[in-house]
Design a protein around this ligand. Structure first.
Ligand SMILES: NC(=O)c1ccc[n+]([C@@H]2O[C@H](COP(=O)([O-])OP(=O)(O)OC[C@H]3O[C@@H](n4cnc5c(N)ncnc54)[C@H](OP(=O)(O)O)[C@@H]3O)[C@@H](O)[C@H]2O)c1
Length: 240
């Protein structure tokens, strides 16, 4: 009999996060904590509960809020209990659109760094056992210990997209450093591709279903060798 896998996904009200949850709940072996800023407005997420094969829990979590992130641990711990957490999927992000290094909003840059970098970093920290902290060691008790941080091809200095979407690119390049982590964890960053979502726009190259199927395969087949890497959705690597 295959084992239960437990997942926490951020930003699951729409887009790639919603599709991640949709595909994960189709598997009865999955327990998913789908988090979003405002569950009351996440109607598509709520609809998934009706047909879920796996176990789906919807939890409020704003990745731009330190208190919200820290406060979420007790609720998630109560949901998962002794099952622990296997996959922390840092998906939520915001963008300031196509700004530049010489034309950007200072406040927007700080807000983006808060949501796209500080949030995922803090989530990784508080969902691990920390000396002197009262939080339960969720990831330590899980069978898999995987942290996925959703990056972008725009974060790659090597690919050199020419500095467009500067605020967003800066945040994702910073996020990439979160692939460098503890040797007892599997942690990597992945570019989902250019995907048809609100962020990617209708002209994007890839359907969300296709990207997400690949993202789930990448996560479930990840090994210690995957750690510290910058993947594309097909499992090939991007240059840093
Ligand atoms: N689509 C692409 O082509 C593409 C390409 C490269 C990388 N990515 C990355 O893939 C991930 C998902 O992107 P997407 O295309 O699905 O974006 P999206 O359609 O804009 O959806 C973004 C999701 O993040 C949530 N979110 C934003 N700020 C949040 C916060 N402070 N707290 C909690 N949730 C928050 C949104 O929730 P609300 O509904 O509450 O706003 C929404 O569910 C992001 O990390 C993005 O950078 C996307």
């Amino acid at each position: 009999m295959s084992q239960i896998s437990t997942w926490l996904v951020t930003g699951s009200s729409r887009g790639i996060g919603l599709e991640l949850v949709r595909q994960l709940v189709a598997n009865p072996q999955n327990v998913i904590v789908a988090t979003c800023r405002d569950p009351a407005r996440a109607s598509k997420l709520a609809t998934l509960k009706e047909s879920a094969q796996g176990e789906l829990h919807i939890v409020a979590l704003d990745v731009g809020s330190e208190a919200g992130i820290r406060g979420s641990v007790a609720e998630v711990s109560a949901i998962l209990g002794s099952r622990g957490l296997d996959y922390l999927y840092n998906n939520a992000a915001i963008t300031e659109g196509d700004d530049s290094a010489f034309g950007f909003s200072y406040a927007g840059l700080l807000e983006t760094l808060r949501a796209n970098v500080a949030g995922p970093a803090l989530l990784g920290m508080v969902y691990l056992p920390l000396l002197g902290m009262v939080y339960l060691p969720l990831l330590e008790r899980g069978r898999r210990r995987v942290i996925v941080n959703m990056t972008s091809g725009l974060a790659s200095i090597g690919l050199d997209f020419g500095g467009k979407n500067a605020t967003y690119s800066i945040s994702k390049t910073a996020l990439n450093m979160l692939a460098k982590t503890r040797p007892d964890l599997i942690a990597y960053v992945v570019d989902p591709g250019w995907v048809k979502t609100d962020m990617g726009g209708p002209g994007a190259m890839m359907e969300v279903e296709e990207s997400v199927a690949r993202l789930i395969t990448l996560a479930t087949t990840a090994t210690a060798e995957s750690s510290g890497k910058f993947f594309r959705n097909d499992g090939e690597q991007n240059p840093w």
